[in-house]
Design a protein around this ligand. Structure first.
Ligand code: ZN
Length: 372
């Protein structure tokens, strides 16, 4: 059987407008390809989110490739100079939403399997449909079911975009955790010229935010940036210049490293707001803690496999947003290796055809090294 063309498969996937929570036929395309490669495919759909798991072989070693076919929205669609869901090729680039994050990486892995299709042990693919959304009904729900039947891989390779300047220059071996929150401070509305009859909540909000901005959580580690607090919005919704508002609302996010526990940060936030905020409501949402893969043997195996293709050893990083690696890392070591990060989530997202080919070669090398 002739190998699967990763560029053609990338185009087919981009042509499915699978903005979270839509699937639009993306998983069916993969099921079809993987079935022809001898994989058995199962669907795990929950609450309208489509996920699937494909496996071939049995026992160990077991390599799992994890990814998602859902994509982020277009943003301002009028700004796109190439149609986002047509998979057009211009100037040796493949254009479309999901090209970098992360349909081309999935296509590259499936193509790699078609070239390196006899792996002793087991290969599996966990492809989910809500990574770009709340991530509640994808990886997080399928993993426990797989674990129950003993399908725990020895290593999970995630195809999220990881590279900076050149394909294969960076692997992610961990990610920071994330907490988002909303703080509302309450006061008493009134005339600005009669402040004695009012209670302006604005200074109390400023005091809370200042205390949190100036708090030194930690200094980071060799592999992690320091934990940071950042405000994303402060609003009173006040259109009048002579009214003291009765409430003020702020939204914020904290990206935390492995030195921090979410419970400790929660305690700190509550303590600051209790001290400075007066009457207030603090709501926190936890999106997962930080993780770090410490299995040096597996990390080195992947690094060296990449080097056989590119000629350079990829550096190790933990920067960037959260991925489903936060859930998978509870079960097995996780290494992320995918396309360049540059245009992910942007208008006119695109990747070069040469990079798709090279990532395919990298995945072939990883399969060879893992199942040597
Ligand atoms: Zn992604």
């Amino acid at each position: 059987m002739s190998p699967i063309d990763p560029i053609k498969l990338s185009q087919d996937l981009i042509r499915c407008p699978s903005i979270t929570p839509q699937n639009e036929g993306a998983l069916e395309i993969l099921e079809n390809k993987l079935s022809t490669l001898g994989f058995s495919c199962e669907r795990f759909d929950f609450e309208g989110i489509c996920n699937f798991y494909a496996r071939k072989g049995s026992g160990s070693p077991h390599l799992c490739f994890a990814g998602h076919t859902d994509v982020v929205p277009l943003g301002d669609a009028s700004l796109w100079t190439h149609p986002p869901f047509q998979g057009e090729i211009h100037d040796n680039q493949l254009w479309g939403r999901g090209a970098a994050d992360m349909k081309c990486a999935i296509a590259a892995f499936v193509s790699a399997l078609s070239q390196q299709n006899t792996c002793p042990g087991m290969v599996s693919l966990l492809i989910t449909g809500d990574e770009e959304g709340e991530a509640l009904h994808g990886t997080q729900r399928v993993l426990p079911l797989l674990a129950q039947r003993g399908d725990i891989p020895d290593l999970c390779l995630i195809g999220e975009p990881t590279c900076l300047q050149k394909i294969g220059d960076t692997l992610k071996i961990g990610r920071r955790g994330s907490i988002t929150g909303k703080l509302i401070c309450y006061g008493k509305q009134g005339h600005i010229a009669y402040p004695q009859n009012t209670d302006n909540p604005t200074p109390r909000m400023i005091a809370c935010l200042k205390a949190l901005y100036s708090h030194s959580f930690d200094k980071g580690t060799d592999l992690f940036e320091p934990t940071r607090f950042e405000v994303t919005s402060v609003d009173v919704g006040n259109t009048a210049s002579n009214i003291i508002p009765h409430k003020i609302e702020a939204r914020f996010g904290i990206r935390l490293n492995t030195l921090q526990k979410t419970e400790n940060i929660s305690q700190l936030l509550h303590a600051v707001c209790n001290k400075e905020g007066g009457e207030h409501d603090l709501t926190l949402t936890f999106h997962g803690g930080a993780f770090l893969t410490e299995d040096e043997e597996k990390i080195s195996l992947i690094q060296k496999a990449v080097e056989t293709v590119t000629g350079y050893l990829p550096s190790l990083s933990t920067t960037g947003g959260t991925t489903d690696g936060r859930f998978i890392s509870a079960y097995c070591p996780v290494v992320e290796c995918g396309m360049k990060e540059e245009t992910m989530h942007q208008v006119d997202e695109h990747v070069s055809l040469a990079d798709i080919q090279k990532l395919t070669d990298i995945y072939v090398a990883i399969l060879k090294a893992f199942f040597h």
